[in-house]
Design a protein around this ligand. Structure first.
Ligand SMILES: [Zn+2]
Length: 296
């Protein structure tokens, strides 16, 4: 490493001296540009922007999920009477007439999450950091839906998926869909990382740090609120965080392997500013307040 550092400037000077100023200058300019860009977005700025966008994404993905259920009611000629949203508790809706319960339960995840994906794909042509809350809504919707499809039937908890199975839907299709949803969500989220200031040259350690700052606090907040409102023991919820933590480390490491192979290279590497943070956190605060207003 030391030898390489000593040799490089000499090589560069020789090139310039040989009359290839333009080529050498270009190379130096690019190198300096990348270095300064990387120095300007600290893992904390990246992580806090990621966290602001993720908070919004969890809340808005829930809205789309409920909209999926609603569409199932409307398609069948029923009337949706009321939505209930909450940033932490599960949302639900009340509807007047539901001939096909199996379809109603499946529609939350299978219509709602793809709605988010359609929205994101429509906006992905010219990706900007300002749209990241919407893009992440798609990624989080797919990931959360997938994780529930994989874990709810095994844990035998009451959920859309276990109810759909109870109404006769084949469990193996839900498990296969779960794998596909999780893969699609992880691929989309890792593709978007340059929008939080994580570039292809950033190593695994920095990625894990950004993931922990950007994703863990929301999860911890959710389990703390659930425990504080008597929905179960905190220790049980905290134990439930362990698989989530393992997943974060896995996905952050996977993102590095993918980035090296060019995944996300068409997404511009953004220098995150205070304005980005204000935008993301402002959106999250707004949707949290709106959801609480709907819930009560
Ligand atoms: Zn649902």
């Amino acid at each position: 490493m030391g030898a390489l550092a000593a040799v490089s400037p000499t090589t560069m000077m020789t090139t310039v001296g040989a009359g290839k100023q333009l080529a050498a200058g270009k190379r130096i300019g690019n190198a300096l540009g990348e270095v300064s860009l990387r120095q300007q977005t600290s893992p904390w700025m990246s992580g806090l922007f990621f966290l602001g966008c993720t908070g919004f994404a969890y809340c808005f993905a829930e809205v789309l999920h409920e909209l999926g259920h609603m569409l199932a009611v409307w398609i069948q000629g029923g009337t949706a009477l009321r939505f209930y949203f909450h940033p932490v508790f599960p949302g639900y809706n009340v509807s007047s007439y539901v001939p096909d319960w199996q379809f109603l339960y499946l529609a939350g995840g299978w219509i709602g999450a793809p709605l988010g994906l359609l929205l994101a794909l429509g906006l992905l042509k010219k990706p900007t950091a300002w749209r990241l809350p919407l893009y992440l809504t798609a990624a989080v919707g797919l990931l959360v839906t997938g994780m529930h499809q994989l874990s709810d039937p095994l844990r035998k908890v009451d959920s859309d998926w276990t109810f759909a199975i109870k109404y006769g839907f084949p469990p193996w299709i839900i498990l296969v869909a779960g794998v596909l949803f999780v893969l699609a969500g992880a691929l989309l989220r890792t593709y978007l990382l340059p929008l939080v200031g994580v570039g292809p040259k950033d190593g695994v350690k920095r990625r894990i740090l950004v993931y922990l700052i950007g994703l863990l606090p929301w999860q911890v907040m959710v389990v703390t609120v659930l425990a504080a409102t008597g929905r179960g023991p905190l220790i049980g919820f905290l134990a439930g965080l362990i698989p989530g933590l393992v997943w974060l480390v896995l996905e952050a490491s996977l993102s590095r392997m993918l980035a090296v192979r060019g995944w996300g290279s068409r997404v511009p590497l953004i220098r995150i500013s205070g304005g980005h943070l204000a935008w993301a956190w402002g959106l999250t605060a707004t949707i949290v307040v709106l959801q609480l207003a709907f819930f009560w």
